[in-house]
Design a protein. Structure first.
Length: 99
């Protein structure tokens, strides 16, 4: 009898993301389970326990990271083109401090 392996949440999330990718490629569940080195029952259990939600959140997280990266690049370009971004060029005084 094979020794049972406990997978961490991160491993489960990674394997579920891979499973979703393989499923979109049209792979059968048995092929997906074999590729991930888990049983079909384990794969179903992970999906039933919210694993699909974890995979969705990982995809959303990666999308948001790309958006933030794009915004930071755009900000850097604007700073290079215009000097400063979102602040006053004359930092020593403002119209509110009475200077």
């Amino acid at each position: 009898m094979a020794k049972k392996k406990r997978h961490s949440r991160a491993e489960i999330a990674t394997k579920l993301a891979q499973a979703n990718e393989l499923a979109t490629q049209g792979k059968l569940q048995s092929e997906i389970a074999r590729t991930l080195e888990v049983s079909v029952v384990t794969l179903h259990r992970w999906m039933r326990r919210g694993g699909a939600r974890i995979a969705e959140l990982q995809l959303e997280n990666s999308r948001l990271r790309r958006v933030v990266t794009d915004l930071l690049i755009e900000k850097m370009k604007l700073e290079e083109a215009g000097g400063t971004f979102g602040g006053s060029k004359n930092k020593g005084s403002s119209k509110w401090d009475g200077s």
